[in-house]
Design a binder for this molecule. Sequence first.
Ligand code: 2NL
Length: 343
Amino acid sequence: MEQLLQTIEKLKAEIKEFAANKSEEVEAFRIKYLGTKGLVKEVMGEMKNVAVDKKREFGQLLNEFKLFAEAKYEALKQSTTSNQQSVDNTLDLSLPGDDLPLGSRHPISLVRNQIISIFQRLGFAVAEGPEIEDDWHNFTALNLPENHPARDMQDTFYISQNPDWLLRTHTSSVQVREMQKGKLPIRIICPGRVYRNETISARAHCFFHQVEGLYIAENVSFADLKQTLYFFVQEMFGKDVKVRFRPSYFPFTEPSAEMDISCLICGGEGCNVCKKTGWVEILGCGMVHPNLLDNCGIDSNKYTGFAFGMGVERITMLKYQIKDLRLFSENDIRFLKQFTAAI
Ligand code: 2NL
């Protein structure tokens, strides 16, 4: 009996000292002491060897020992789960996530989309084409003669692999491709990026964006051109804006004109934006040169048309009073985020 008492005391001391950090260690404790083949069971088994008159006393002792082991097990379980809880506290899944910064459309896209939607309301369809063009679609078909300065190596980017390939200098090349298809009438606008070999400054860049328009059908007149562009300007800049057409020259149109609008800043009084003239130029236009129709297989005796071209950067600078063209391509978030509220 003495021995059993010693064993219990030894085990109690062992249990008391037992420490666990991980749930696996707690489980090992359970198996070792409280499992079906555990030490508690084993010690309890000794009851059968206890003398009858001592059974009551030992029964109490063994029971206490068992409760002691079970209490320790509960305490171990508690401490490891609360440990885990304290680790989990650093990872509170109920907290709201990090803010995702909401992007905004680029001002060039905003203005391009606005231009497109105005012309779509007039029945113009959007046409697109390649940015790498061949010489014929970009120059020859458009009445730009061999010695025209626009074809100069200094003015246009050529592709070294093939001297016939270049980066388009206007989206007129898309209109040429549409004319070649021979499906008439044609009423399209061609938005897109174009390239010029320019030294980059506040007023010039080696790429910019254009929207060109083309309407070819029977009996299309200069009056149609004027009214279409007047409608565009009123929608884009408001009903109060005035327009004027000045004679000009483009190889692809005859007659040709430049369209000015009354200065949005000073209302025509004269300021820095309009260089004290009260007018700002916004686009070039004209009646499609018959040579172009012939080049593309359209009967120039039957069909006439008008065309126009505008720089999206220029319109955007006027609309938002942006003074430096380079802001459009620098990706400076302080500039871009100012357009978040615009649609
Ligand atoms: C400007 C001037 C213009 C055109 C572009 C055009 C296209 C075809 C036929 C005839 Cl396919 N014309 N385009 C006509 C006149 C002016 O653009 O200053 N653009 C920024």
